[in-house]
Design a protein around this ligand. Sequence first.
Ligand SMILES: CC(C)(COP(=O)(O)OP(=O)(O)OC[C@H]1O[C@@H](n2cnc3c(N)ncnc32)[C@H](O)[C@@H]1OP(=O)(O)O)[C@@H](O)C(=O)NCCC(=O)NCCSC(=O)C[C@H](O)C(=O)O
Ligand SMILES: [Mg+2]
Length: 285
Amino acid sequence: MAQAAHPFRSVLYIPGSKERALEKARGLPTDAIIFDLEDAVSPDEKDHARSLLAETLASADYGHRFRIVRLNGLDSPWGAADIAAFAVAKADAILIPKVSSPADVEAVAAQIPDLPLWAMMETPLAMLNAAAIAAHPRLTGMVMGTNDLAKELGARFRPDRLAMQAGLGLCLLAARAHGLTIVDGVYNAFKDDHGLRLECEQGRDMGFDGKTLIHPAQLEIANAAFSPSESEISLALRQIAAFEEAEKQGLGVAVVDGKIVENLHIVTARQTLAKAEAIAAFSAS
Ligand SMILES: CC(C)(COP(=O)(O)OP(=O)(O)OC[C@H]1O[C@@H](n2cnc3c(N)ncnc32)[C@H](O)[C@@H]1OP(=O)(O)O)[C@@H](O)C(=O)NCCC(=O)NCCSC(=O)C[C@H](O)C(=O)O
Ligand SMILES: [Mg+2]
């Protein structure tokens, strides 16, 4: 499935050093996986993680799950070796950490010519440069790094994510303006289902394609929150039927559930149905 039609409701981080987790993910209901070499791997484990992950990606079958490798930064002691190991890996995208400007994307693009690139958006400069970063011709996706962003801002974590709103909004605008996939940051309290559900719903309401996750127990909640609901599908079908009927009568507006339906709402309705179909096709594969 091409990236444009691929669902990204759930995007699970797996530390590249954890053999059991790498194995387990092959059977988990996750739309995408971020194989992490950066913050989930301690300095002592970096070399082991790199070789374990390279070997795993070369031999293991992850089905239709979208495979993303997060490298260490080029300014770190491990970045150059990561690039050498994964420039031609069996991956669907390479994720660059702590991107702050288009030049950070270009530095990796020059060394990895053939794989799509994604950017971690997690520094104050990245928020301010989001439009220019999103415009880089090699970039196809963005991931919010809300832990690093909170650290850089000196912000407190709140259920409403007040401190994150400006950055989340700027990155969403930039991603949508340039046709990129964009997924929300992680929810650290991986045993708190209620809090995760609220944060997923907030991300979905804002327009994110899905959420990054740190534990398999979070998958079901994210998959549900970012799938069109039964009532959304039913509304989309009724809007399309009502609008087609209105058009037959020479009208440009229909009314469904007391609300107007115009051409632009039909675009959204068709997108809802297309997303539901893509999810069904992915789940059956
Ligand atoms: C959070 C964890 C350390 C918890 O690990 P653990 O105590 O081992 O969990 P469990 O015993 O409950 O695990 C149960 C089984 O599930 C498997 N497992 C656990 N986590 C994963 C996973 N992420 N992917 C696949 N499988 C996983 C265990 O192996 C157990 O399997 P089994 O043996 O069959 O029972 C741990 O979940 C973890 O390490 N999570 C990932 C943390 C991570 O990746 N952090 C970095 C990304 S967050 C970030 O950096 C975002 C961004 O940059 C920012 O700035 O915000
Ligand atoms: Mg980070």
